[in-house]
Design a binder for this molecule. Structure first.
Ligand code: FAD
Length: 294
């Protein structure tokens, strides 16, 4: 990219072209909103990730992924301290896997086709909020945007949060929103973050489009929606991780011997059920445990 081709203004600037950034850009561009994404890496770029896209996430994506799916996973091998191995299979796919360099490149290309501008090899450095806009310093120069989305992953430069977001800390401030990993939206039990990255991007795009239309102050609706829709599930996952860590051997045995336990786990992995459903099944005890885990 030459310096002259780098724009100096946009309606929305998105920092980070992972799944959160690309999906937000795709949704905004489809609504005719002027949107630019920057990423410090040159694309396609690798990303440390198991590449598991669960069934719930597949349904959330507005594209068909079949051309880039590597494997369809229908079973899991379990061990405890590399001992007592066993294999469990499920009649339906538990998850599909993708290579993140290919998947992320595919998503950003969809955003570009929808009309988003993309500049890779461009690093976010800092931002300063002004009256009606945000001034962003990048490795390619200064950029003025009406709104900024921080989608730069779990080591976000704009953020203060490490996975999982603790105590529902702020993910919206002024004209800036944090999405996906940058907002600490990670499932602490499974390590899965793609669903929350994509869903938070979709929520952000909807709220931003409304804000641009109304010229109003509706950005707090983003955090409210994330708190309502995503956080209860993620907080419950943390609770179950804590319970699991108390006695992993007990769960190891249960999953080996009980079809009921294995089926419940498979449904959680597929995304058909969440730990919130499991907590709700526990009734008052579940609510009490969750209060301790928060
Ligand atoms: C070991 C491991 C395994 C995982 N396995 C799975 C799995 O199987 N399934 C699953 O659902 N989740 C998994 N996750 C979680 C998943 O990788 C994340 O939740 C997901 O990538 C978050 O997406 P994102 O778009 O928010 O951020 P990211 O995918 O992290 O993208 C952030 C982007 O921002 C860019 N960026 C960063 N800083 C700057 C800057 N200063 N300027 C410009 N650009 C910047 C980066 O280059 C990157 O492209 C795993 C995570 C780890 C660590």
């Amino acid at each position: 990219m030459s310096k002259t081709s780098f724009p100096s203004k946009a309606g929305v600037l998105i920092v980070g072209a992972g799944p959160a950034g690309s999906i937000a850009a795709y949704e905004l561009a489809r609504l005719g909103i002027d949107v630019t994404i920057i990423d410090k890496a040159k694309f396609p770029r690798g990303k440390t990730c198991a590449g598991g896209v669960n069934i719930r996430t597949l349904h959330l994506l507005p594209f068909d992924l079949s051309s880039i799916v590597e494997e369809v996973i229908t079973g899991i091998s379990f061990t405890q301290n590399l001992e007592e191995p066993f294999l469990r299979r499920y009649p339906e796919p538990l998850t599909v896997t993708v290579r993140r360099d290919i998947f992320d490149h595919f998503l950003v290309q969809q955003a570009q086709q929808a009309g988003a501008h993309f500049f890779d090899g461009t690093q976010f450095l800092s931002l300063l909020e002004k009256n009606e806009s945000v001034q962003v310093e990048t490795s390619y120069g200064t950029f003025l945007a009406r709104f900024v989305l921080g989608a730069d992953g779990s080591n976000s430069a704009a953020a203060f949060i490490l996975p999982l977001r603790r105590k529902r800390g702020p993910i919206q401030k002024g004209r800036c929103l944090l999405l996906g990993g940058a907002a600490g939206l990670i499932n602490p039990f499974t390590g899965e973050g793609l669903y929350s990255a994509i869903r938070s991007a979709q929520i952000a795009a909807r709220v931003l489009a409304q804000t641009l239309k109304d010229e109003g102050q509706s950005l707090p609706a983003y955090q409210e929606a994330v708190d309502r829709e995503l956080m209860p599930h993620l907080e419950c996952s943390r609770l179950f991780r804590e319970i699991f860590n108390l006695r992993p051997s007990f769960f190891h045995q249960k999953i080996a011997r009980s079809d009921r336990w294995w089926n419940a786990m498979a449904q959680v992995l597929r995304g058909e059920k969440t730990f919130l459903d499991v907590k709700n099944k526990l009734g008052f005890l579940g609510t009490l445990l969750l209060q301790f885990a928060k």
